[in-house]
Design a protein around this ligand. Sequence first.
Ligand SMILES: [Zn+2]
Length: 260
Amino acid sequence: MTWISRPLKIVACMLLAWQTQGRASALEAVPDRLVVLTFDDSVKSQFTVARPILKKYRFGATFYITESFAFRTNKRDYMTWEEIRQLHEDGFEIGNHTRDHNAVTVKSLGQLTSQLSAIDKACIEHGIPKTTTFAWPGNGIIRGGVARLQDYGFQFARRGGMPEYPRETGLGPVYEPGRDHPMLIPSAAIPRPGFTFEKFVSAVSKAKDGRIAVLQFHGVPEGEHPWVNTTRALDRRGRSALLDIVSHRVAARCTRADGS
Ligand SMILES: [Zn+2]
């Protein structure tokens, strides 16, 4: 059996059955080995390295865009809006990661709507539709932000792996439709240096029985933020986690592990 990867907004459509026909129907609607590949922070290598691989294997993905860090001046390490538009034209989802990547806190909550609409304005200016999903900057979540995101009109919002898993592990729970709040969808893996291939396999192996493994990547490789570098995390094997997914090596490992 092969792996399926869909953008988060497409998963939203698949789960419509949950709202209309109940949770059991939604779980039945989720195939095993469904992963959602997400790429944060507008990093250049997502366009130059990830995009061709994703296209080759016809994998969907969501790119969470921010204009923070050195986005405006450093076009060696960050995508241009033209490249982001190209991702949209390729069929990938463009998601909202706020303009300035500020953590959502009680203090910053008042600026959240303008932070979101700035990204949507830029999207529309570049021929990209208004975003429908969101990724919490820095994976920080607060209760007050949930209603704000729903009011803004998002279908889904993705968080990190905390509080269930310590940040250093790079792991998190798998997404369980009907149990997880749609504004608090967890990341099953956030590859970073020290993140092993075995961890990666354990995270995606849980994508079964109605559960979806949402993976959170940054640069592949990363320019400005080496602490979330995917390539370096898996240097020992000489290939990125992304390549491991699409080459189906993970599928082979999982098949042996679960006996299916
Ligand atoms: Zn980010």
